[in-house]
Design a protein around this ligand. Sequence first.
Ligand SMILES: Nc1ncnc2c1ncn2[C@@H]1O[C@H](COP(=O)(O)OP(=O)(O)OP(=O)(O)O)[C@@H](O)[C@H]1O
Ligand SMILES: [Mg+2]
Length: 652
Amino acid sequence: MSHSPKILIADDEPRFCESLRLLLDGHGYDIHTSTSGREAQALLSKHQFDMALLDLAIPDVDGLELMDYINLHCPDTSVVVITGNSSLDAAVSAIRKGAYDYIRKPFAYEELLTTIQNALNQKKLELEKNEIHKKLELSEDRYRYLVQNSPDIIYTLDSHGCFTFVSDSVERILGVESSHLIGKHYEYIIHRDDLEKAKWTFNERRTGDRSTAWIEFRLKSFMGDEEEITCEVKNICIELKCTGMYEKQAPGRNETFLGTHGVARDISSRKRLETQLQQAQKLESLGTLAGGIAHDFNNLLMVIRGHVSLMFMENTCSNSTHKRLNKIEDCVQSAAALTSQLLGFARGGKYHTEPINLNSSLRQTSQMFGRTKKEIVILEHYEKKIWPVEADRGQIEQVLLNLYVNAFHAMPEGGSLLLATENVSLGKSSERPFNLASGNYVKLSVTDTGIGMDEKTQQRIFEPFFTTKEMGRGTGLGLASAYGIIKNHKGMIEVKSKIGTGTTFVIYLPASEQEVKNNEIAYDSILKGIETILLVDDEDKILDVQRDLLSSLGYTVLVATNGKQAIKIFDTNPDKIDIVVLDMIMPGMGGGEIYDALRKIKPDVKVLLCSGYSEAGQASEILLRGCTGFIQKPFNASELSEKLREIIDKSG
Ligand SMILES: Nc1ncnc2c1ncn2[C@@H]1O[C@H](COP(=O)(O)OP(=O)(O)OP(=O)(O)O)[C@@H](O)[C@H]1O
Ligand SMILES: [Mg+2]
């Protein structure tokens, strides 16, 4: 204590008081004396005493009453009772009331000094203890606040693996109250597929002072009624850091394992995003592969189809050859349908986009489908003033039919198919599915009451050639092409499904500002012409068949097998050549570069681009630069003749 300890002496004998004052003054104490109880009370109410030396047999106020007063009003004042032989009982009562000690008259001064010093020391220790206790409480409060307000789950387990503490965040993350977990084994909340990993992690903590950083586990979710089903549908994925707790022993003895403590962070949404990204990247690379294959196949099919068209046009073959040619044409058409689906998946199949009304597409396709599948009840729930979407009608119908056929296969005993549309405005990123750009969308959903799919199947359905159908029943291209088509329309398709309950496919397509028009064009006649065409393609087989096709349509054909040659020919006859039929992908100079060079020679040159890829991507860029038209391989004579006339007859 830095100040002189303040001591109150209360004794009815003034001389005794005085002699004590003289003695204690000399030892550095600050002494106040009183010869009656009232006087003592008045001093106590005025000063803060470190100690009171009380004679219990004091006038006015009983000594024990004075003790009560001190206990109530001056709890930090230590009391030593001075007593004669006769009042020993009162001294004992005073000690019961909290006096530090008593001292009997007559006493030796040394005894008094020692007792005073001891009492003051003890008081000092008590005060320090209280101070430490307060600090401890404060720090505990602070830690409790931090732990309970942490977004992570903070916990301790005993040496058997039972919870001794879990922070409240567990309720938000798992849907179970922290108090419910106390005393329960950690296995209670671990997903069954991760139990072994959890056991290993926990047991390893016994073997030394180790900790594990950010190991991943799946936990059960207790949200909803049926715990098991919810677990299947919604796993909670956490990242865990845990450390063993040990009691320190004397050197040379093993430490005792007390349990573990750890922090678990919910990383479910990060995981979901990672999976979505991986899925999208996988589909992207499969798309590149599928697109490449489809392109090469289309070139081969072009040659076959061209020759078949020529043979038909020559009209010299016998009846049976005619039949065989028809069969070849059929096969080529099926093969072309397959490559077109592959191209659809490869996001290369956006041909003619126009503002369309999705309600009409759903109505028309579902009527057509419903006519043949009577066992399926079709329910429709459409947005009344649906926004138009800019889309390829044929492709969207292809997507819808794929979804209906899948639904039909999922409902072998019959069931219902709910078709719904809705206008939606996607705003803040947290509300947008799959990071679609913000804006207006039309949301279309196709829901069946069929067999549903497990999570593993759902993760793979958009992959090309993924099918659960038996050999010959499905190619596994339906949803792959649907995925590509919707992505190509800057939309998104997703699936929600539960085994035994059914499946919903949800499609978002960006809304368009344009109005819906009706313009159906039919192509089935062969139109001839007399103009001059420059045909540019690097593949001899294609060049041959196309030259023959064009000649038989009446055109004069000039050919070039590469860009340089094409430019040279065009440069010498710019006014004689009415149209250039230009392959888009060629070694050296590609279609785009050739187009630009031709335009320099004749700015209004008419060019029909053709490719085994589709109009999206490179071709659409060239078209945007002013190129007149596009046709996708493999085409037949009638399609080519239509396209040529459309371009040649266009004024300007
Ligand atoms: N509505 C649905 N209900 C249950 N499972 C479905 C549903 N739609 C698709 N699937 C599953 O997704 C798989 C892939 O579908 P996808 O349409 O891509 O190919 P497919 O129907 O098997 O063959 P394809 O459409 O090429 O003839 C199906 O084999 C099936 O397992
Ligand atoms: Mg299908």
